[in-house]
Every structure is written in structure tokens, then in C-alpha cells.
Design a protein around this ligand. Structure first.
Ligand code: HEM
Length: 420
């Protein structure tokens, strides 16, 4: 997509949108920053200020985006357990779909997965794994980065953190490489939805058995055992509602950071190839790895869209948004907003205060809970890649084909050549 005058010139979402959505975003920010998708009660929010406003006003915009977006409505979910909306203070919904006190209470317990102590304990594993993956291709002088490094690394790491067997990483990888479930499921073609649901059922059975196993046989120093125990203590027993919740939450923690972290690694390498001067700087000064990752999360944010729902009739930057309407926070559009970031399309390592202002990890109460893990993996991955591969360059066979989903942005493959 290039050189468009008005967002209505592009049907959202259409195939070429995934190739380069930035011109579409730019047209939205300029012409109609709160853009109503024609014929729908759905609004795309494109400017940094407005995205932040939506993210910081959960009393107006609920994270529970509803049935069309998420496959099952809150009411239906509660009805399965004989509950109604008013009386339920604990629901089987993952915290990414909850608001207020329920969101906070669930999030605090889940965030222990990435506590300082747990990350310090897992760091040597991340480093060993990164070097082990590089060992397999370092002598060849070429690599397809996505399949040989960016994808397997987060898979093996999350299995380690959740105490899942490493041989399951293969299965998780196959599932995570498909179109993701969650807040963008309304954009998944119906045929694919059926296949994904079947895969989801198989996976749910597996995670459920893991949760039950940690309940019956808690392990020492094990996140999942402690997570299950903490919830059982609060609720008093492991009933079907809690088991359903724990199974969904463990799946979200497992999958939330797989393709996202994969895309962070791939996109950052892609940016280094496109901006050789920045590549040279970070090779010469490894303290720039961390700011490089933040800038990568701004320029090529892996995670594209979060849907929320207007709780009441409201006004957003002068546009009337009716109760029940879908409101999409388009994170990468905010990240390219010239009103917030100077020269926004340029990858420039070391922008001041960037970690607090880019939208790569979202914003507000739902800011990515896994961000400390993603940062740790990114830092270790690039320290290893820069140390081990000299004179990295793009291989001639690259087509730079984007992945086929509007939920995420990255490349299917990235072939590199280097001096072994
Ligand atoms: C570079 C890697 C990552 C990116 C770009 C990313 C991006 C995001 C974004 C944009 C959100 C906000 C969604 C919203 O507003 O509803 C989010 C939330 C979330 N992320 Fe990540 N994420 C990454 C890594 C991870 C990891 C490693 C995990 C798990 C270990 C994870 C788990 C979650 C969860 C559970 C939420 C929901 C938080 C809440 O609702 O309070 N993410 N992520």
C-alpha cells in the first residue's frame, strides 16, 4: 500500500495491507484518525494520543471485546458455570479479557512467571539455548533465521519456564505458527477457524492435564505449581470453574510470548540489514542492544491490533462511538505518529525515554506482562548473534514475504549470509 489519500481507498483488512500497512495508517492519522470501518460499528484508532486515551480509560473501553472477537461471550462462559454477570467476582476468563479488580488480582499471580528471581534463574538457559542453536549453523556461513533461531528460542525458553517437557516445544511451535486466536479471531477465515478450534481442543486437554498434575504433585521452585496453589488457596478448592480458568491462563502465558518474541528477533535483524549504520553502531557498542530492541518495538512492532469494546455511548477525539462498538488500538500506527516521534519511519537507536513511550508492548493496565522476558530473550539473542556471526548480510534469495495475518507483523523467512 503506498501513496493513498484516504483510508477508505483500502478495504480493511485486505491482503496487500499486510505487505506495508504504514501508508494506510498515515492516511488515517491525517484524514480520519478515528476511522469507522465502512458498514460496521467498528473504529480504528490511529494516533498515539488517542490510542493512549483508550488504553488509560478502561471505565469507557472494556478489554472484554465480546463474542464476535473472542469466540465466546462472557455471559455464555458464565452461564456454563451457573453464574450471572452481576454476581461473579471470579470468572474463567483470562486476565487479558478482564477489567478492574478481577484483572489486577489475576495479573499479579500470573506476573510471577517473569519475576526478577525467575528471570535471573532462567537467563543461563536462554544463553545456552541461543548458543546451541547458533552452533548448528555457524559453520555454514548462512542461515534461515526464522526457523533456525527466532522461532525455536522462545519456544524452548517458555517450556523451560513453565516446566513443560522440551519435546513439546515442537508441537507448540506448529500451533503458534498459525493465525493466532484471541482478539482478532473475527478476521480469521471460517475454514481456518474450525481447524484452529480442533487444535485448540487438543492443546487444552494437554495443558489441563499439566495443571492437574501440578495440583496433585506440586514441584519445588515451579511456577505452575505455585500458580495453581495460590489460586486454589484463594478460592478454597479446585472446582471445574477454576480448572477451566487455570487451563486458559496457562495457555495464554505459554502462547502469548511465542510468535511475538520470534517476530521481535526477526524484525530487529531485518532492521539492522536495512539500516547498516545502526548495525555498525550496535556491533561496536553492545550497550546499545537494549535501546535497539526498544526502537525495533517501535518501528516494526510485532503485535498489531488490540480490540476493546465501548461500554457506553462516548466521544473519542470528536467522533461519536456507540455503546457496544468495537474499538481497535492500532499500536504500530501510534508508533509511527510524527506528532509523538520525530522522523518516525527512521530506525534510530537511542531515542530518549523510548521504553516508556513506544506502544510495542501496549499501554495502560494491560501493558504486556511478559515484556521483561521478551527483553531478556532479545538481549541474550542479539549478544550471541553479534558475537558469533561476523559481517552479516541479507542473502540474495530473500523475498521479504510478510506473514499472512493482520494480527502480527514480520517476515516468513529471513535468509542471512555471514562470515563463519
Ligand atoms: C516482543 C514480544 C512481545 C510483544 C511485542 C508483546 C506485545 C503485547 C501487547 C501489545 C500487549 C497488550 C495487549 C492489550 O492491550 O490488551 C501484550 C499483553 C500481554 N502479553 Fe505480551 N508481548 C510480547 C511478549 C510476551 C511474553 C513473552 C508473554 C508471556 C510470557 C506475553 C504475555 C502477554 C499477556 C498475558 C498479555 C495480557 C496482559 C494483560 O491483559 O494485562 N507477552 N503483549
Amino acid at each position: 500500500v503506498s501513496g493513498i489519500r484516504h483510508p477508505s481507498e483500502i478495504e480493511f483488512p485486505r491482503e496487500e495491507f499486510t505487505r506495508c500497512p504504514y501508508a494506510f495508517y498515515e492516511a488515517m492519522r491525517r484524514e480520519e484518525p478515528i476511522y469507522r470501518i465502512p458498514g460496521q460499528d467498528a473504529f480504528l484508532v490511529s494516533r498515539w494520543e488517542d490510542i493512549a486515551y483508550v488504553a488509560h480509560h478502561p471505565e469507557l473501553f472494556s478489554a472484554d471485546a465480546g463474542e464476535a472477537a473472542q469466540g465466546v461471550s462472557r455471559d455464555e462462559m458464565l452461564a456454563r458455570f451457573g453464574l450471572t454477570a452481576g454476581e461473579a467476582d471470579f470468572t474463567p476468563l483470562t486476565f487479558s479479557r478482564c477489567d478492574g479488580a478481577e484483572h489486577r488480582a489475576k495479573r499479579v499471580l500470573a506476573a510471577k512467571l517473569v519475576s526478577r528471581e525467575r528471570l535471573a534463574a532462567v537467563a543461563p538457559f536462554v544463553e545456552r539455548t541461543a548458543h546451541g542453536l547458533i552452533d548448528a549453523f555457524a559453520g555454514r556461513g548462512e542461515v534461515e533465521l526464522v526457523s533456525e533461531f527466532s522461532a525455536p528460542l522462545p519456544n524452548l525458553v517458555i517450556c523451560e519456564l513453565l516446566g513443560m517437557p522440551q519435546d513439546r516445544a515442537d508441537l507448540f511451535m506448529r500451533i503458534s505458527q498459525g493465525t493466532p486466536p484471541g482478539s482478532v479471531s473475527r478476521f480469521i477465515p471460517p475454514g481456518e477457524q474450525t481447524a484452529r478450534r480442533a487444535q485448540g481442543d487438543e492443546l487444552r486437554e494437554y495443558i489441563r492435564s499439566q495443571v492437574l498434575d501440578r495440583y496433585r504433585h506440586p514441584r519445588p521452585d515451579d511456577f505452575l505449581s505455585e500458580f495453581v496453589a495460590a489460586h486454589v488457596e484463594r478460592r478454597g478448592e479446585l472446582d471445574e470453574l477454576l480448572l477451566t480458568y487455570l487451563t486458559s491462563e496457562a495457555s495464554t502465558l505459554l502462547f502469548g510470548g511465542l510468535v511475538t518474541t520470534q517476530h521481535l528477533i526477526t524484525n530487529t535483524m531485518w532492521l539492522l540489514l536495512r539500516f547498516p549504520e545502526e548495525h555498525r553502531r550496535v556491533r561496536e557498542d553492545r550497550s546499545l542492544i537494549r535501546p535497539m530492541l526498544e526502537e525495533s518495538l517501535r518501528v516494526e512492532a510485532p503485535f498489531y491490533i488490540t480490540e476493546v469494546r465501548a461500554r457506553q455511548d462516548t466521544e473519542l477525539a470528536g467522533v461519536s462511538v456507540p455503546a457496544g462498538a468495537s474499538v481497535y488500538k492500532i499500536w504500530p500506527s501510534g508508533n509511527h505518529d510524527a506528532a509523538k516521534f520525530d522522523d518516525p519511519d527512521t530506525f534510530r537507536i537511542g531515542r530518549p525515554e523510548l521504553a516508556k513511550t513506544h506502544l510495542g508492548f501496549g499501554r495502560g493496565a494491560h501493558l504486556c506482562v511478559g515484556a521483561p522476558l521478551a527483553r531478556l530473550e532479545g538481549e541474550i539473542a542479539f549478544a550471541a548473534l553479534l558475537d558469533r556471526l561476523r559481517d552479516v548480510r541479507a542473502a540474495p534469495q530473500n523475498t521479504y514475504e510478510p506473514i499472512d495475518t493482520i494480527a502480527f507483523r514480520s517476515l516468513r523467512e529471513l535468509h542471512l549470509e555471514f562470515d563463519p
